[in-house]
Design a protein. Structure first.
Length: 238
């Protein structure tokens, strides 16, 4: 991480310093707003901490929905994939039998890759949503959430980039119950360009015209037009 920062300082700075949308990656880890309340308070802080420690898959699924601009998270299209990935990772920590590890070794490896992929896409989605840094997926999008030295820094930054309602799955369940499906299932990153923009801006403020969207508007006859030859040109009244 520090080597990458030393080699590409402008790029790394833009990718790790989210400004008012989440602060700096590592040096702002002690900033607890707005995830622990605004202003920070013990009740909201405990609520945030307990959710992350004991309901990690639920928090991640709500964050996943937020990063995709889905107003609500669903059981099958948001939560299930996080639960499966985290379940097998938790299983690998508790299993001590070599025989069992051989049996579940390959599925565990595949699901570990799935978990790392989801963390990468989650960070990339939030950067694109907040329009921070380069809209393209970069090495830091994968390295920061997957490296043991920075993964918790990444989580803190994600929490700081969202209001409590954007990761608070429990309030949604209390208000509307458990919803099986709310949006189409997808694990594909959100597009780098929002609807109606000319193109994605990179960390230099330039715009990529090729990634923009163009729209064709159908022409319709309103009945108000007239041919030029229908109007007299000699000044005589019509």
């Amino acid at each position: 991480y520090y080597l990458y920062f030393a080699v590409y300082p402008p790029v790394a700075s833009n990718m790790t310093d989210w400004g008012a949308n989440g602060g700096r990656l590592c040096s702002d880890c002690c900033v607890c707003e707005p995830c622990c309340g605004s202003p920070c308070n013990a009740a909201d802080g405990c609520y945030c901490c307990l959710n992350f420690l004991f309901c990690e898959s639920c928090v991640f699924s709500k964050m996943w929905a937020t990063s995709m601009d889905h107003p609500k998270c669903g059981l099958f299209n948001h939560w299930a994939i996080w639960f499966v990935a985290l379940l097998f990772i938790g299983t690998s920590v508790t299993v001590t039998s070599p025989t069992v590890m051989v049996i579940i070794g390959m599925p565990l490896f595949i699901l570990s890759l799935l978990y790392l992929y989801l963390r990468t896409v989650l960070r990339l989605n939030m950067r694109r949503k907040l329009q921070v840094g380069d809209p393209k997926c970069t090495l830091l999008d994968c390295f920061v959430p997957c490296c043991p030295c920075t993964t918790f820094c990444d989580m803190c930054q994600l929490f700081r980039s969202m209001s409590i309602s954007e990761w608070d799955w429990l309030t949604q369940v209390r208000a509307g119950g458990i919803q099986t499906t709310t949006e189409d299932f997808t694990i594909v990153p959100r597009p780098p360009v929002t609807f109606g923009t000319a193109g994605g801006s990179d960390f230099d403020g330039d715009y990529d015209e090729e990634s923009g969207q163009t729209f064709e508007i159908e022409e319709k006859d309103t009945g108000l037009g007239a041919e030029l030859q229908d109007f007299p040109t000699d000044g005589t009244p019509m």
